[in-house]
Design a protein around this ligand. Structure first.
Ligand code: ARG
Length: 437
């Protein structure tokens, strides 16, 4: 599962939220079903912008406060690049040196990547996303494969030189007006591209990882890119006709005005700021609802509700459509939201607590004496089917819809059927139904 995969030149922003959350859900579900899942965080750590960043790191030093915030660091170095010709020249030299493997430049680059990756890891940990450093398979890891990818394409007779660039033209790829759309694999200056790296990645996933399926979680604007990559990889024989390559695209995150989600002054929303806001909004709600909890308890609940709300809002929508990011909706205690599910879950826990029941020790047959119990049981029995569908099609919202149905059916059961205050055999059966739910 290829997901998250941010560009390390900048701080993670909301554009990576969907890939990170959806990809992680898919990876977890596949794993839960017993598949061997290999996570691939295909981070962007290569390209000309790193020359600029290295030059800036060199002059500002590692202690630079700007580094605490990569967005600031990036903007400051870009400003230097645009206004200071001597700096711009140093930046260009750094690109050359980086590509040539010059040790001092490599070391600076490595430092920068290290810092950027640790920023990412903080966000993953905050989101409770399972990605770790060992899942990073950066673009630069394929550098040594790129020349041979182009050679392989050439050997297959797939290459055409156009204006000095090496291109693959396949009949199925034409623009709106019928003009052929090439996949460029080497620029006229000899440089390789995002596409070349993705071809190398397909080859690696087939040959080294021996994967049966490769799932790519990116926004829908990359759909054409992946169609081309998959077709060219197949034509070149990289796929061995065995691996199933699947792009699982998602739509954009929109503000309440229906336009792309931005800060008030039109800037990109950093993921960490977004999560801060989620937690602080949830804290306000918790303070209203449960003022007598201790401060530490309220803070923990705010974290769980706030981060959960953001993740669930994303997962519960059909990923292929754009979705409106709406704080009030996602933090509502009614409807298909994280707080509603968390509420249903805590209801169950409180039954066990009040009845002094150890849920792990509940077992035995379940008697479905009422319509509410039957409905609940039938929904529970569908879990496997739903999981398998999500694993096959990559739509986590199907699981969310099921969870919502389950929570609603549980609430009906809870209202209609006494649990703790009923005769022993029925009590045991109903408690067991609570445990299973
Ligand atoms: N770094 C890319 C971006 O931020 C996403 C990479 C997705 N994975 C891939 N194999 N191309 O848009």
């Amino acid at each position: 599962v290829d997901y998250s995969s941010p560009n390390l030149a900048k701080e993670m922003h909301v554009g990576h939220l969907r890939s990170t959350i959806i990809g992680d859900a898919i990876a977890r579900i596949l794993e839960a079903l017993g598949h061997e899942v290999i996570r691939q965080n295909h981070v962007g750590d290569w390209g000309t912008q790193f020359g600029m960043l290295i030059a800036y790191l060199d002059e500002s030093g590692e202690g630079s406060e700007e580094l605490a915030d990569l967005e600031t660091f990036y903007r400051a170095s870009k400003r230097r690049f645009d206004t200071d010709e001597a700096f711009a020249e140093r930046a260009r030299q750094r690109v050359v040196a980086l590509q040539a493997g010059e040790p001092e430049t490599r070391a600076l680059w490595q430092r920068f990547i290290e810092i950027s990756l640790s920023h990412c890891q903080e966000t993953y940990d905050r989101l409770d996303v399972t990605l770790t450093r060992k899942d990073v398979m950066a673009e630069s890891a394929y550098n040594d494969d790129l020349a041979s990818v182009v050679e392989d394409l050439k050997a297959k007779g797939l290459l055409t030189t156009s204006d000095g660039a090496e291109c693959v033209f396949l009949d199925e790829f034409t623009g709106k007006d019928g003009t052929p759309q090439p996949l460029i694999v080497r620029k006229s200056d000899g440089g390789y591209l995002y596409a070349t790296t993705d071809l190398a990645a397909v080859r690696y996933r087939v040959r080294a990882l021996d994967a049966d399926r490769a799932l790519y979680s990116t926004d829908a604007r990359q759909a054409f890119h992946f169609r081309q990559i998959f077709a060219v990889a197949a034509a070149a024989g990289f796929t061995g006709n065995r691996i199933s390559l699947e792009h699982q695209p998602f739509g954009a995150m929109l503000g309440r005005d229906g336009k792309p989600f931005k800060t008030r002054d039109g800037g990109v929303v950093k993921l960490n700021d977004l999560l801060d806001e989620a937690v602080s909004r949830a804290a306000t709600l918790v303070a209203e609802k449960s003022p007598d909890l201790s401060e530490a308890e309220r803070a923990e609940i705010a974290r769980v509700v706030g981060v959960g709300a953001v993740k669930y809002a994303d997962l519960s929508k059909n990923r292929t459509s754009d979705y409106v990011f709406d704080w009030d909706q996602m933090l509502s205690f009614d409807g298909n939201t994280a707080p509603y599910l968390q509420y249903a879950y805590s209801r169950i826990q409180s039954i066990f607590r009040r009845g002094e029941v150890n849920a792990d020790q509940l077992s035995g047959a379940v008697e479905l004496g009422t319509a509410e119990e039957r409905v609940l049981a039938v929904i529970l029995l569908r879990l496997q089917e739903v999981l398998e569908q999500v694993a096959r099609e990559g739509f986590p919202h199907l699981l969310c819809a099921w969870l919502y149905e389950l929570a609603t059916a549980f609430m009906r059961f809870y209202e209609a059927c006494p649990i703790l205050n009923t005769e022993a055999p029925v009590r045991a059966s109903r408690l067991n139904l609570c445990r299973i739910t």
